[in-house]
Design a protein around this ligand. Structure first.
Ligand SMILES: [Zn+2]
Length: 136
């Protein structure tokens, strides 16, 4: 839903995910010293893998908010990979750290949005990584 506002369709594949697609790993019991404070990470300069620390999401959000927060965290990290750069915006999905208003919006089921710069960088990044737009 977050990406549909950006005109992007996500094709979830499960275990049959192609090798060069974006792989999302949901981790539990993340070590405190591994990327302290981060809810997830992606390495846009090295590959197409995302790791989400689900236990940390559960620690900061009410159970009813976790699914929406998880969607936003995955969208944020996927966007880093699509853009191919580590950068953040002043508002929306690509904010470096969401505040109470952002979490409230998620809790209400209203997706955070992308800025114009986010959308432009997604387009440019996808042109540079055509394998991410493959449908096979
Ligand atoms: Zn980020």
């Amino acid at each position: 839903m977050i990406f549909s506002h950006a005109g992007i369709r996500i094709d979830w594949r499960g275990s049959s995910c192609p090798e060069r697609a974006i792989h999302v790993e949901i981790a539990e019991g993340s070590p405190a010293l591994e990327r302290p404070g981060a809810l997830a990470y992606a390495l846009p300069y090295q590959g197409t893998r995302i790791v989400v620390f689900l236990d940390r999401l559960r620690n900061i959000a009410a159970p009813s908010t976790v699914p929406s927060l998880l969607g936003h965290v995955i969208a944020h990290e996927v966007t880093h990979l699509l853009q191919g750069v580590v950068r953040h915006s002043c508002s929306g999905v690509m904010k470096a750290a969401w505040n109470a208003d952002d979490y409230r919006q998620m809790r209400w089921g209203v997706p955070l949005s992308f800025t114009k710069e986010d959308l432009l960088l997604i387009q440019l990044g996808m042109q540079a990584k055509p394998f991410l737009t493959s449908t096979d």
